[in-house]
Design a protein around this ligand. Structure first.
Ligand code: UDP
Ligand code: MG
Length: 325
């Protein structure tokens, strides 16, 4: 009998938090009305996380785990968890206890009411520095303006999804996976549960500024074609300015005696401005072409070095074969 609930937790160098995480998740699992599987995905940790996970699996048969051959990133770790989950309701949460497991009964309650995606929306980010809060705030608002689908602001990957939604996500062959976006894209009946985001339990942030920036760029490129149109708009703007300048120069030549043309500085600025505009536009094109290149290569999303706790790897992940090309 497959379990009713699956909990998916991606783990990257979280040795300090796993014990406490397990303690809180285990006490939550006792309170749930039905069977649960806990899927831990080791995203190529370099610390002792994998050993700790192995021990947990030995102590508790509800714990199953996947371990990647290297660090493939948080979104891919969650994707792998979704491929392997067998439950009817699937919950994704972070390992650092910033997503409180105690909120899960509330998510389940909404699921029982008929919602197929219940995402947790952050009301406050306690003790995260102003820079992170400011960048996160601005990013979510920019994304909402640009994206083709409405991706709710201030939501992370912490959510509950119905089996049907997870099947739909697993059928998406895209390499570049921005789960929050894809989750909004598939549709279904969605609702939010609001919560306060706690500070990290222990350890340091695994999403470095570089990783966060990459995720932000990826999400915009995956869900919007507006940046591609930027070249057109900037081109039209530059053409307008050029026309205006031409008319102005003509006027000065015809109707004013002393020359007002200041020469070098104006020309240098114009040349630099146009050069900058062109380079930015080429950069944007490059981002999209790079994405096409990634998709065309069609490499597997992840490489596994260890799997344990699942009845039979081939049998439990029917969607994996399709998705992994
Ligand atoms: N994580 C991962 N792979 C990575 C980076 C992070 O699996 O390359 C996991 C990490 O262990 C944690 C979650 O993703 O469970 C969120 O990471 P973190 O708390 O560092 O980022 P935040 O979202 O809080 O900024
Ligand atoms: Mg965190």
């Amino acid at each position: 009998m497959p379990p009713k609930y699956s909990l998916i937790i991606p783990i990257y160098n979280e040795a300090e938090t796993i014990a406490e995480l397990y303690r809180r998740v285990a006490s939550l699992m006792e309170r749930l009305d039905d069977s649960v599987e806990l899927i831990l995905i080791d995203d190529g940790s370099q610390d002792t996380s994998l050993e700790i996970i192995r021990n947990l699996h030995q102590q508790d048969s509800r714990v199953c785990y996947l371990s990647f051959a290297r660090n493939f990133g948080h979104q891919i770790a969650v994707t792998a968890g979704l491929h392997f989950a067998r439950g009817q309701a699937i919950v994704v949460l972070d390992a650092d206890l910033q997503d409180p497991p105690e909120l899960i009964p509330d998510l389940i309650e909404k699921w029982r009411q008929g919602y197929q995606v219940v995402y947790a929306q952050r009301t406050v980010r306690r003790r995260e520095n102003w820079f992170k809060r400011f960048t996160a705030y601005t990013f979510y608002r920019i994304l909402q303006r640009l994206a083709d689908v409405n991706i709710p602001a201030d939501t992370g990957d912490f959510c509950l999804m119905d089996r049907q939604v997870v099947d739909a996500l697993n059928a998406i062959p895209e390499q570049n996976r921005y789960i929050r976006g894809l989750r909004a894209w598939v549709g279904f009946k969605q609702t939010a549960v609001r919560f306060e985001r706690e500070p990290r339990f222990a350890g340091t942030v695994k999403y470095t500024f570089r990783k966060s920036l990459r995720l932000a760029i990826n999400s915009i490129i995956s869900f919007s074609r507006i940046p591609l149109q930027l070249a057109t708009y900037l081109g039209l703007f530059a053409a307008g300015v050029a026309l205006l300048m031409a008319l102005l120069v003509l006027y000065w030549r015809l109707f004013e005696s002393g020359s007002r043309l200041i020469g070098f500085a104006a020309i240098a600025i114009a040349v630099l401005f146009l050069g900058a505009v062109q380079l930015v536009c080429i950069g944007i094109l490059g981002e999209y072409i790079g994405r096409i290149y990634e998709e065309v290569k069609g490499r597997p999303l992840y490489i596994m070095r260890e799997i344990a706790g699942f009845p039979q790897p081939a049998e439990c992940s029917p969607s994996q074969a399709e998705t992994q090309h």
